[in-house]
Design a protein around this ligand. Structure first.
Ligand code: CA
Length: 339
């Protein structure tokens, strides 16, 4: 069965060098230490920076036919616009060149200079129309502001207009949030760092981000907007019953239930989390039409993802949708057979 993986990352060596130069001057010593550490988070940066043979070999081992590639950690999105506009462009161009070389194996989500939302909307247009990208990917929030805030509306308006989805990847929570939730006198700095991020905290952050997007009314204003979240929906589908039960129409002003809006506009992916019970709950709550596949290359190094999907207790129809059909409909609708 064909497999399309949708949360797979790369990092440009040239862009990362510039990122470190700009970012280390802007942030607190604690965040600077985190950035330095992150550079060595992966055993080696060879695979994440490779857009050729190493990546293709890893995909073959995972049984992945197509990777939809997005920027990983240290995203140029985080930078002030005076650096981000050019560096996002450079990162997108680098990815586009690789896609052109391997058009049947790679596709791309654009990285956007969100600090200047107008420039971000223009870069999204360029990425989709000129480079053939199939959407955009955002990492976390920008300088403590969630993307439901009004200044970012032009980015989503453009995505809806271009009919491409936006992937909400988690990112490090704001320091105020980390201080309050994830630090404690009996919790070591190392434990706190993991707790606030990929251990748990940034998933909660991403889930809250999605709930905020919906409650802000953006899907009522942009009925064509589609978004994607990883990690089986960042805990949100687990809580549909509660969210439906308390966000009454009289409070939200929406005609539909929370989960009905969610299931129309949001797609979820596993991001390498291979827990059968989590998968079944998420698929049951979301419906097989709104689940895509993803491995989270190269952060999650597992080669049994395809076996996991093949062994889940699903109808063959549902399995095909999750493996590739939903991705084809959502991402490659403009180029049928092109991928
Ligand atoms: Ca990821």
């Amino acid at each position: 069965m064909k497999l399309i993986a949708t949360e797979e990352h790369y990092m440009s060596k040239a862009v990362n060098e510039q990122y470190m130069k700009v970012m280390t001057k802007l942030v607190s010593p604690a965040i600077r230490a985190r950035l330095e550490g992150l550079q060595h988070f992966l055993e080696s940066n060879r695979e994440i920076s490779d857009l050729g043979e190493l990546r293709l070999a890893a995909m073959d081992k995972q049984g992945v036919d197509i990777q939809v590639i997005s920027y990983g950690n240290n995203s140029p999105m985080d930078l002030p616009p005076e650096s981000a506009v050019l560096l996002c462009r450079q990162a997108n161009d680098e990815l586009a060149a690789a896609i052109q070389k391997h058009p049947t194996r790679f596709a791309g989500f654009a990285v956007l200079p969100v600090g200047n939302p107008q420039a971000a909307a223009e870069e999204l247009t360029r990425a989709v129309k000129e480079l053939g990208f199939v959407g955009a990917s955002l990492n976390g929030v920008y300088r403590g502001r969630f993307f439901d805030e009004p200044e970012y509306f032009p980015i989503f308006e453009k995505a809806a207009q271009l009919n491409v989805p936006v992937y909400f990847h988690p990112g490090f929570p704001d320091e105020k949030v980390s201080d309050y939730y994830y630090r404690g006198e009996n919790i070591s700095a190392d434990v706190s760092a993991v707790f606030s991020a990929y251990g748990y905290g940034w998933h909660v952050d991403a889930g809250i981000h999605m709930i905020r997007m919906l409650l802000s009314g953006i899907f009522e204003r942009l009925p064509d907007l589609k978004v994607i979240t990883g990690h089986w929906g960042e805990l949100v589908p687990y809580y549909f019953n509660r969210l439906d039960g308390y966000f009454f129409k009289s409070i939200t002003g929406f005609d539909r239930k929370f989960s009905d809006i969610y299931k129309e506009h949001v797609y979820i992916t596993p991001s390498g989390i291979m827990s059968r019970s989590t998968a079944m709950l998420a698929i049951e709550e979301m419906g097989a039409d709104h689940v895509l596949w993803s491995c989270d290359f190269p952060y999650v190094r597992r080669e049994d993802g395809k076996d996991f999907l093949m062994e889940l207790d699903l109808s063959e129809d549902a399995r095909e949708k999750i493996a590739y059909k939903n991705a084809e409909t959502l991402l490659f609708k403009n180029a049928p057979g092109g991928n």
